[in-house]
Design a protein around this ligand. Structure first.
Ligand SMILES: Nc1nc2c(ncn2[C@@H]2O[C@H](COP(=O)(O)OP(=O)(O)O)[C@@H](O)[C@H]2O)c(=O)[nH]1
Ligand SMILES: [Mg+2]
Length: 426
């Protein structure tokens, strides 16, 4: 059976961030590999930077040896404690690791920190206890478990190489993509959602990835008046051959509560393709067949083929009852029109505890999983249709990690569009 750590996700996350984006690989667990300093060093020497963690009740005391763990050489280390997700640290003198961790054979003077592995006893002097902010800790105390980890940079060169390859293959898959049975030249993806959710930024992000540099064509802003009250349909040209890419992103006016913003009744008209680029929305005047520029008989290519409901991941808990009701009504409207839809959660980069390293495996992060559950339970969307991105907003350089999230989300939308096209022609 695989040996697993006793660290909770939250504790591991805190330590990862505390040490500047590290990933931990468990090398030694005392209860499995024996409570012995010999066993500890057998497994940790020559493995690069090492973190040894001692579990004492709800508290963790650890030693981080940046230069690795060597038996015959003094190493510098940081002693740290983690209690209720609050961390503290204390510098200790360079020392032979075999002085800090032994099996009770050495006789040492006043040490800042010492662990007798055989007896499962940790000793710290009162100055160390004070500096770590552990007033309840006795100078000599038994502990329950000891684990040691190899520490590597979360975004190591190998990880980055893998991401760059994935980005390249997603990019070429999407350039080669042809809508189902070539029924339409380009699929249309409608971006719906509250103002400020990141709809226009998502278009800018997609365009940036295909352009090879960050661009901000669509106006972005949290101003609720003026910005995005026009319907915009955006095509993107392939940077290399100048051909149009096989999708169009349609940016709509934001959903609002009360009488402001997009009228839910307008959605059916948009979906069926009755309005065209630059249509001026008017919250007080829903779309009617009499409107100027009203497209009477839209073709399959004019229709929307997939809808992405865009939401700020950090706003989910703050959505008003009215907004939730509006989103649910919108979802019912989509289902009624037979429209396939996905949810696009933006702003994941501004979530607490989420760092850049997490973006490589964002769907496995516990806080993100919790948000997906909220969308699933509160709004009724299927978990597999919820996508997460971090849009390009203030940066100047493209980032392959962000690109992979953006391209994966787009790929999901193209698949949904194909399913829709298949369903209408069946
Ligand atoms: N940090 C962060 N900010 C974002 C993200 N997406 C959008 N924003 C910001 O959120 C605000 C609203 O974005 P915008 O695209 O105009 O939203 P829209 O009203 O739905 O079109 C702007 O200030 C954006 O810079 C994101 O993924 N991360
Ligand atoms: Mg907008």
């Amino acid at each position: 059976m695989a040996v697993t750590t006793q660290l909770t996700w939250m504790q591991e996350k805190n330590l990862q961030n505390y040490f500047g984006g590290k990933q931990f690989t468990l090398l030694y667990k005392a209860s499995v590999h024996e409570f012995s300093a010999y066993a500890l060093f057998q497994r940790c020497c020559g493995q690069g930077p090492i973190m040894v963690v001692i579990y004492k009740g709800h508290c963790i005391v650890g030693v981080y040896m940046k230069g690795g763990c060597k038996k015959e050489e003094k190493v510098s280390a940081v002693l740290f404690a983690l209690q209720e997700n609050k961390s503290s640290e204390c510098k200790i003198r360079s020392q032979l690791p075999t002085v800090w961790f032994d099996d009770g054979i050495g006789v040492w003077g006043d040490l800042e920190f010492h662990v007798n592995m055989r007896k499962q006893v940790m000793t710290m002097n009162s100055a160390t206890i004070g500096e770590l902010g552990l007033p309840q800790m006795k100078t000599t105390t038994p502990f329950e478990e000891c684990e040691a980890f190899r520490c590597e940079d979360l975004l190591g060169i190998r990880t980055l190489e893998g991401i760059t390859d994935l980005r390249q293959s997603l990019l070429s898959d999407m350039k080669m993509y042809k809508p189902y049975r070539n029924l339409v030249p380009q699929v249309r993806i409608l971006l719906l959602g509250p103002t400020g959710a990141g709809k226009s930024s998502f278009f800018n992000s997609v365009k940036s990835v295909f352009r090879g540099h960050v661009t901000h064509q669509a106006l972005v802003g949290s101003d609720t008046t003026g910005v995005s009250d026009k319907y915009r349909t955006y095509s993107i040209k392939d940077m290399l051959d100048g051909n149009l890419l096989p999708f169009i992103l349609c940016d709509s006016m934001g959903l609002h509560v009360k009488d402001k913003g997009l009228c839910v009744d307008d959605i059916a008209y948009i979906l069926k393709g009755h309005i065209s680029d630059r249509y001026q929305f008017n919250s007080m005047k829903p779309i009617t067949p009499g409107h100027s520029n009203y497209v009477d008989c839209p073709l399959l290519k004019d229709r929307i083929h997939c809808v992405a409901l865009v939401l700020d991941i950090n706003s989910l808990e703050y959505l008003s009852h009215e907004m939730i009701a509006k989103i649910k009504k919108t979802r019912r409207q989509l289902i009624k029109c037979g429209m396939l839809h996905v949810v696009l959660l933006t702003h994941v980069d501004s979530m607490d505890l989420i760092t850049k390293g997490d973006l490589t495996d964002i769907y496995r992060c516990i806080p993100v999983k919790q948000k997906l559950q909220v969308v699933h339970k509160e709004l009724g969307f299927a978990l597999s249709d919820i996508l997460v991105v971090s849009n390009y907003t203030s940066e100047w350089e493209l980032d392959p990690v962000k690109d992979v999230l953006i391209l994966s989300a787009l790929r999901h939308m193209l698949w949904a569009s194909d399913d829709f096209l298949e369903s209408v022609t069946f």
